[in-house]
Design a protein around this ligand. Structure first.
Ligand code: ZN
Length: 114
């Protein structure tokens, strides 16, 4: 029984994105969480993430700051009838989100854009 036995027992937590060791309460390390703003994106870029809700099941999905920024942009464009945003940028945003967070895309983006 060594003094470091407790370290061996606790399962090391690795960042889902890069594999770096991180504090156990996080899934993604700070660096990976801070996804850089895509060049084509000209909307608001948030520093903090938030939960978004499926409008039918009310199930919540956690979004990273980058995901939330893109999410708000997509939803905003889908809601404004006389959108001045070029469709191509909205399409890019949708593709970006689908790739980064397929689950939240299906549950919290698709209901608004179809
Ligand atoms: Zn990472």
């Amino acid at each position: 029984m060594g003094i470091f036995d407790f370290l061996k027992k606790s399962k090391p937590n690795k960042c889902k994105e890069c594999g770096d060791f991180i504090q156990s309460e996080f899934e993604i390390c700070f660096e990976c969480n801070k996804v850089k703003k895509p060049k084509w994106f000209d909307g608001k870029w948030y520093d903090e993430g938030a939960d978004v809700t499926n409008p039918y099941t009310f199930k919540k999905y956690k979004l990273s700051p980058a995901e939330l920024s893109i999410y708000d942009f997509i939803i905003g464009s889908s809601m404004s009838v006389n959108s001045e945003e070029p469709d191509k940028i909205v399409e890019k945003a949708i593709e970006w989100f689908k790739e980064k967070n397929p689950e939240a895309y299906t549950n919290c983006v698709l209901p608004y854009i179809t």
